[in-house]
Design a binder for this molecule. Sequence first.
Ligand SMILES: Nc1ncnc2c1ncn2[C@@H]1O[C@H](COP(=O)(O)OP(=O)(O)OP(=O)(O)O)[C@@H](O)[C@H]1O
Ligand SMILES: N[C@@H](CCO)C(=O)O
Length: 321
Amino acid sequence: MAVYTDITEDDLSRFLTAYDAGTLTSYKGIAEGVENSNFLLHTTKGAFILTLYEKRVDRNDLPFFLGLMHHLAERGLSCPLPLPRNDGALLGELSGRPAAMISFLEGMWLRKPSAQHCREVGRALAEMHLAGDGFEITRENALSVGGWRPLWDKSADRADEVEKGLQDEIAGELAFLEANWPKDLPAGVIHADLFPDNVFFLGDDLSGLIDFYFACNDLLAYDVAICLNAWCFEKDGAFNLTKGMALLAGYESVRPLSDEEAAALPLLARGSALRFFLTRLYDWLMTPPGALVVKKDPLEYLRKLRFHRQVANPAEYGLSR
Ligand SMILES: Nc1ncnc2c1ncn2[C@@H]1O[C@H](COP(=O)(O)OP(=O)(O)OP(=O)(O)O)[C@@H](O)[C@H]1O
Ligand SMILES: N[C@@H](CCO)C(=O)O
């Protein structure tokens, strides 16, 4: 579920008077997503997404997220556009929460993406990386190598509840990645969470990217590694080389990876698998029983991590060099 904060029709209608968004004809909560409360609104001027930012989103980051969507959309990337209020601000307040009106993006996310879809995603990711250039606000990645140990420290004691031996295995992995993490690769604005549920398609055509709430400044190739993890494994845990090849070819059709970036892919993929393993493990252990949020399986990312550990070179992901 993702309606943590309830709104009343009266409050909503009053909130809308600050925008040139027409008058409300209907609204409903959106069940998908886990971080924020989202509503689909219909007004006399069309459809909009209303997002109320919940506790895990730092209010100080909102100008980065909303400004970035604006910056990317202005440069032709298909992503939601925050609607400015009549006073020019992108952010308002509703039911005690920071709130934004976002343009509605047509399309659906794919439960079973094909290699062709992976190619489209790779291309769109590279386009986003180029379009992010020149965005003047910066945001550090709290979930890159420096953020993993503090997160791990919160779960380490209980990790063996999930799988025996995990505490030692992850401690070793973390130490390895901290010692070997690359520093000098090209950096810029990355999406950092471009999973299938954040990419919309209309038929086979990619219609847009959503959910920029993990976006930050980091290594561009780290974003590619996140996508390899999120798009190119099958349900049985096997890496699909055809999908990897397609995703990387799509990416390189817009922004070729340097030799250094290519060589770092196995390491970046390990780090990215560890990042999603750690956030999932934390949620797995800390979410109280009976909470309405669907917990994601940390072991899916442990298996991916183990796969990347035995990858010797980027050709094993389908990169032709
Ligand atoms: N601009 C948009 N246009 C159309 N639908 C949208 C838009 N933004 C969000 N949605 C809908 O709301 C759902 C949740 O959005 P989003 O993924 O941003 O939420 P979230 O709470 O940040 O979730 P999470 O971080 O778990 O992915 C999406 O799956 C989609 O159905
Ligand atoms: N994409 C993340 C969830 C946070 O958006 C995951 O699958 O763990």
